[in-house]
Write a protein that binds this ligand. Structure first.
Ligand code: KG4
Ligand code: ZN
Length: 344
């Protein structure tokens, strides 16, 4: 079975073909990083305009790389939520059009779900597991009992961790996106700047929630003192952020007696986060799964693969009235697609 996957939820235009027999046949990502650099973040109108310009060439390249005619595709998977609505609707419109012209099933995919299941492309992972989702727009913990069986445990009360990386990088004049630069720079720095670890020991209602805006403000205050090197600020920030991510995930794993964890989203590329989870495998007897680096940030492969899983496991497909949503939790998404499925 061959599934086409389309992803336009933020600033990357991405299309991929996944084949259940042969694996990934193509994976094309057109990044808009250069365009958004001068804004220090994603500028929605610009993102939408770029998607409109790039989507057809990216689709064409993905089909050519896969050496496949669109008529031989078995289904069209597309990210329908969450994300920038002006960006989402471009991928959704293209997917609906292709589905209509070529009479192919339309398979809805949730962006976070796609990030989580990206690891399944290269590894066999047993349920249940905890998913730590860390990206530019999300910092969330889920208990995943099976495919389409998701329980939300908590999320950020303010900034996402990737957003905090991007903002700290901007404050240090390091450019966008900030994650990879801070990750690199912090290798030359020392953890000497005292920074808070927000909510790390909370055992009340915020036990599985996160907060990164206080950490970001604390970093700003330290920068303004003008006494620390950028490398040391970067390192200290990275230590604080990854300490919180690790501690809360381990706490959730203990609470629900879960041995496996899948770390997903752009920040899962972070080298220090990977090191800390490796150490935790020894210290806590857990197993941590990270996607390969090329599947960490936004891509079409994760959408094509998750779409394939959906089509095979639940057969849920939607019709042309289905709408994208800027905000939608993964557990709620499953409720919605089940209700609107055309095959059930
Ligand atoms: O998943 P993604 O590509 O897009 C969203 O869905 O948000 O994640 C992008 C985020 C950005 O905030 C970027 O700074 C961060 O992932 N990121 C990293 C690293 N690589 C990308 N953060 C920390 N360390 C990295 N190595
Ligand atoms: Zn993402």
């Amino acid at each position: 079975m061959k599934i086409l996957g389309i992803e336009t939820s933020c600033d990357d235009t991405a299309v991929s073909v996944y084949d259940s027999e042969e694996g990934l046949l193509s994976n094309i990502v057109s990044s808009q990083i250069k365009m958004h650099e001068e804004w220090g973040g994603v500028y929605p109108d610009l993102a939408a305009r770029e998607h409109t310009k790039n989507i057809i060439p990216v689709l064409d390249r993905a089909l050519k790389d896969a050496s496949i005619d669109i008529k031989d595709i078995d289904g069209i998977a597309v990210t329908v939520a969450p994300g920038l609505i002006v960006s989402l609707v471009i991928g959704i419109s293209v997917a609906k059009t292709l589905s209509w012209i070529y009479r192919k099933p339309l398979i809805p995919v949730h962006h976070i779900e796609a990030h989580i299941f990206a690891s399944f492309i290269t590894e066999k992972i047993d349920y249940p597991f905890i998913a730590l989702v860390v990206s530019g727009g999300h910092t969330e913990l889920y208990l995943i009992k099976g495919f389409e069986d998701y329980r939300y445990l908590g999320g950020t009360l303010d900034d996402a961790v990737g957003e905090a990386y991007d903002k700290v990088a901007r404050m240090l004049g390091l450019g966008y996106p900030g994650g990879p630069v801070i990750d690199r720079l912090s290798k030359e720095g020392r953890d000497i700047v005292k920074l808070p670890r927000p909510l790390i020991n909370d055992r009340g209602k915020n036990r599985f929630n996160f907060s990164f805006s206080g950490l970001k403000t604390a970093v700003l205050r330290e920068i303004q003192k003008g006494i620390y090197r950028k490398e040391d600020i970067a390192r200290s920030f990275q230590e604080a952020a990854t300490d919180v991510l690790l501690a809360k995930t381990i706490d959730a794993m203990k609470e629900f007696n879960i041995k496996n964890v899948v770390i997903a989203g752009g920040v899962s590329a972070n080298s220090r986060l990977r090191e800390k989870f490796k150490e935790a495998e020894e210290n806590h007897g857990i197993k941590a799964y990270f996607p390969p680096l090329y599947l960490c940030t936004d891509n079409g492969a994760m959408v094509a693969y998750t779409g394939y899983k959906r089509f095979r496991e639940s057969g849920t497909t939607v019709d042309y009235s289905f709408e994208g949503k800027a905000r939608l939790r993964m557990d709620k998404f499953i409720e919605i697609i089940r209700k609107s499925s055309v095959s059930s």
